[in-house]
Ligand binder design. Structure first.
Ligand code: NAD
Length: 353
């Protein structure tokens, strides 16, 4: 198959692309290479025959559309997004541009291309719009998000993703475009930028720096190992039904403070030094509007497309800590550029741009 992957130089996109290219698939990565996109994440497969890269901003409709027409994909997987909640709090402009206008462009460019396809190529063509469980809002102590949960986004990030999910669904209902939507819980694993919770904490723990935990640390997230998410995306494209939404999650609910404790213990075990890294934990002012709990019911994906997470939180977290210890050449330059130097989004200062 020929896969056109927007945002393929990012954290989840690069996991998907490494897997596809290694399996002999043909892939074109279309990525703007923002602060979050790094060709170093694609280095393991960039010299293999199935791999192509084009630097494209999805807000540029003509460039995007031309690249799709030229590559003639069987599937478009749309992951390009501004993805960091903290950054959306201090600067929402790029989130509106990329996540809403850019997603609209992806749908329109896909529709123009698809309308020119014939026979089985038209029937089998798929667009997968990749989204987040954060569109559903925040849960109390009980319950799970299902595909029927009403949207209730709370941050500029999740509101922009919810807007693009609605566009994707509308393009299916209005134009018949074979779009699928996935809503996934928090991902972690190799190649995640060190400003996100797990790599930030584990690198700070390795370097003996403070571990800044928001508020009381009792906010709960449902964690999924990134390669399990990539497997789900492939299955949704090849086995999912056009027009459907699939929730993806690892059934691994953990409070942030439990996650940080576990990271400290793993770093103590794998990179021993005197004293526990837990002593580095510092509680800092909470993120404004911090959602309390997310938890996904992934029954539909498990029963209808045969997906199941392979990693538990314990095995996935240990693999992640080992990867960061062994792959300093990937993260060291990013840390030097200031990624993960501190927590972001602590100041609710709205800037237009
Ligand atoms: P990321 O920030 O690591 O990567 C995003 C990629 O998109 C980067 O390579 C960046 O260069 C690219 N990009 C940004 N703006 C672009 C533009 N205008 N044109 C072209 N490329 C652009 O994000 P991620 O964590 O890999 O997330 C990928 C997708 O999955 C996003 O849509 C996100 O909303 C969704 N998602 C993420 C998580 C998570 O836990 N990380 C969970 C559920 C869903």
């Amino acid at each position: 198959m020929k896969w056109f992957v927007t945002g393929g130089a990012g954290f989840i996109g690069s996991s998907l692309v490494r897997g596809l290219v290694r399996d002999g698939e043909s892939v074109l990565v279309a990525d703007k290479l923002t602060y979050a996109g790094h060709l170093s994440s694609l280095k393991p497969v960039s010299s293999l025959p199935g791999f192509q890269f084009e630097k494209i901003d999805i807000v540029d409709f003509e460039a995007l559309s031309a690249a799709i027409r030229k590559f003639e994909p069987d599937a478009i997987v749309h992951l390009a997004a501004e993805s960091h909640v903290d950054r959306s709090i201090t600067g929402a402009h790029e989130f509106i541009q990329t996540n809403i206008v850019g997603s609209f462009n992806v749908l329109e460019a896909a529709r123009a291309y698809w309308s020119g396809l014939k026979g089985r190529r038209a029937d089998n063509f798929r667009v997968l719009h990749v989204s987040t469980d954060e569109v559903y809002g925040s849960l109390g102590d009980e319950g799970f998000f299902t595909e029927e949960t009403p949207f209730d986004p709370r941050s500029p990030y999740s509101a922009s993703k919810a807007a693009s999910d609605h566009l994707a669904s509308a393009w299916h209902h209005t134009y018949g475009l074979p779009v699928l939507v996935s809503n996934c819980s928090n991902n972690y694993g190799p190649y995640q930028l060190p400003e996100k919770l797990i790599p930030l904490m584990l690198l700070n723990a390795l370097e003996g720096r403070d571990l800044p935990v928001y508020g009381d640390g009792k906010n709960v997230r449902d964690w999924l190992y990134v390669d399990d998410h990539a497997d789900a995306l492939r299955l949704i494209v090849t086995r999912g039904r056009a027009g459907e939404t699939y929730n993806i999650g690892g059934r691994n609910e953990r409070s942030n403070i439990d996650v940080v404790h576990r990271i400290c213990d793993l770093v103590d075990q794998l990179a021993p030094q005197s004293g526990s890294r837990r002593a580095l934990i510092k509680h800092v002012t909470d993120r404004p509007g911090h959602d309390r709990r997310y938890a996904i019911d992934a029954t539909k994906a498990e029963t209808q497309i045969g997906w199941k997470a392979k990693q538990t939180f314990e095995t996935g977290l240990e693999a992640t800590v080992r990867w960061y210890i062994d792959n300093e050449e990937w993260w060291r330059p990013l840390r030097a550029q200031g990624h993960g130097a501190s927590r972001l989004g602590l100041l609710p200062v709205g800037t237009h741009k």
